[in-house]
Structure formats: C-alpha cells, structure tokens
Write a new protein. Structure first.
Length: 226
C-alpha cells in the first residue's frame, strides 16, 4: 500500500509542511518573552475612630483585613478585562508610549491569596514591559474607584510590595511542538487517505490478491527492472 499510494501520503504532509514552514523556526529558536511579577496589597483605608468613639481592637484590625481580602479577590477580574487594557493604554499615552489597547489585551494576568494581589505582565521587549507594568500599577492605584461602585465613598489604597523586575520566560512546550504536530497530523491524514483508497480499490495487483479471491494463477509477467 505504501509503495502504491505514497503520493496520497506525501500530498497532505507537504501541504501541512508548507503551512507550518513560516513558524517552524520557533521550534528550534522560539522568540524571547519576558514577564514582570508584582505583589500588591489593596484595601480601603480603615476607620478606627467613628463619631468620636474608638472602635475595639477586633473591629479596627480584623474588619479592615477581611475587607482587604474581598477587595483583592475582585481585582483579578478587572485586570483581565478589556477596560483595564483601555486604562493602561491611556496611562501609557500620558508617558509618551503608544500601545493600542487591542495589543495589550491578553498580556495581563492576576492571582490573589488572602490580602495579597499578584500582577503578571508579559511582553516581548523588556524595557517596554517595565513601562507597561508601571502604568498598570498606576491604573490600579488611581482608577479603582471608577470601576467598583462599593468604593464610591473612598478609593482603595493599592501598595506595591515589589519593584518591577523583568525575567525571561521559557517558551511553552505547546508552542515549540505545535509546528511538528501539524506536520505529523498531515502525515496521519495521508496514511488514512491511502488506507481508504486501498480499501476501495477492487483491482488485482499481485498473486496474493488472486489467492485471496480463490483463483489459480496460470502465468505471471514479472515487473521489468532496469
């Protein structure tokens, strides 16, 4: 089958290789990617004294800490939304850096644990990445009141715990193997086409085909070999 249908196997394989060829270099030399990871705290300012009455220790300390956890849990949903990218793009414009909000979307991620918010920013240029991270922190500090109605009375205080430090990211294994996987899928598709063509072919090609039909072979003309 492979000898007779090799062209059916080769066609899908070559087609997949032609489509994958521009991105094949990333398998061996993936483009560099960089990340900034910043931890922050976020909470509404505590009011230890209300109407001249000093609150008990539990109310002055525990309640603001509990409120801080609620604030931090909601922050990642804002950071990964479209509006946050719009705000960061505007903050970058004020710094003299023009990056469209569409290009920023998908480059922000966030996680939270207790009262600590962790912001992740990725980009392909380390210097620009540092500027984007600083603009993102600025948006978190200055624009949170506009997107959280519960902060209408007083904005949340966001305090960075880390300086923006750029680190190099290793290329994901899926990115490096995807070109090779596409070529392999093309080859598998070719083998499937060859097997289907062989199954549908009712012609006699060899002595074995005659024997499978229960017929005797009286004579055979050998293939000319040059």
């Amino acid at each position: 089958m492979l000898r007779r249908r090799w062209w059916l196997i080769a066609l899908p394989t070559l087609a997949a290789l032609a489509v994958t060829l521009p991105s094949l270099r990333q398998t061996f030399a993936p483009p560099p990617s960089y990340q900034v990871q910043i931890r922050l705290t976020a909470a509404a300012p505590p009011q230890a004294e209300v109407d001249g009455v000093t609150a008990p220790y539990e109310d002055a300390i525990y309640v603001p800490l509990l409120a801080s956890e609620y604030v931090v849990v909601n922050m990642p949903h804002w950071i990964t939304g479209d509006r946050f990218a719009d705000e960061v793009s505007e903050a970058l414009d004020a710094r003299g850096v023009e990056i469209a909000a569409e290009d920023l979307r998908g480059h922000f991620a966030a996680d939270s644990y207790r009262s600590i918010l962790t912001l992740y920013v990725t980009w392909d240029d380390p210097q620009t990445l540092r500027t984007i991270a600083e603009a993102a922190v600025q948006v978190l500090q200055e624009r949170n009141q506009a997107y959280f109605p519960q902060f209408a009375a007083e904005a949340v205080q966001v305090v960075p715990l880390d300086e923006p430090k750029v680190s190099t990211l290793a290329a994901p294994i899926s990115v490096r193997l995807m070109p090779l996987l596409r070529v392999a899928l093309g080859m598998v598709a070719g083998v499937g086409l060859a097997a289907l063509a062989e199954y549908l072919d009712d012609r006699v090609h060899s002595r074995a085909d005659m024997a499978a039909l229960g017929l005797d072979v009286l004579a055979e003309i050998p293939t000319e070999r040059r």
